[in-house]
Design a protein. Structure first.
Length: 168
């Protein structure tokens, strides 16, 4: 995955629109479908829980299908990028101990993985205004830079490939 610069204001606006639109669509579809099912298949006992639940499940499936179908639309470009970045960082985080240990041994792929993880995390935290942990990240980055200098490795987040993780 390649890190790209995205406009924070545009990203936040589009993310909010997607969340609000999905929520409204889910609510409207759930209520409409539930009422339609209750109208078509009335229950003499007065309990319509199963029709309400089915309406919610169908509405969730429709909203999920629409989001999946339109995920490569230009309007969702930033939202999809951040979602993919979070997924990639999560994969790295699950193997972080092994990656850090390999980096200490001079493994170049491990160091490139850490560089990508730190750069991606920095970008995410800035997009989400989560700057509390930035100081800790700067310390880790300085440690990685010193390690790379010791092993004469040039760090570049663009050189990271997801298949590097299979080694760890």
């Amino acid at each position: 995955m390649t890190l790209i610069d995205i406009d924070k204001v545009r990203y936040r606006r589009h993310l909010n629109h997607v969340f609000i639109g999905s929520g409204v669509a889910l609510a409207v579809l759930s209520l409409s479908l539930s009422q339609l099912l209750i109208f078509l298949f009335p229950d003499d006992s007065g309990s319509h829980f199963h029709w309400n639940a089915l309406g919610v499940v169908i509405a969730a499936a429709i909203v999920g299908f629409c989001l999946s179908h339109y995920r490569h639309h230009t309007y969702l470009r930033e939202v999809l990028y951040v979602w993919e970045l979070k997924r990639a960082l999560n994969k790295i985080t699950r193997k972080m101990r092994k990656v850090e240990a390999a980096a200490q041994q001079g493994n170049e792929q491990a160091m490139q993985t850490l560089q990508f993880s730190y750069a991606g995390s920095r970008q995410l935290w800035q997009l989400d205004d989560n700057i509390i942990i930035m100081e800790e990240l700067a310390i880790k980055q300085a440690e990685l830079d010193a390690l790379a200098e010791r092993y004469k490795i040039t760090l570049d987040a663009e050189r990271y490939q997801e298949h590097f993780l299979t080694e760890f």
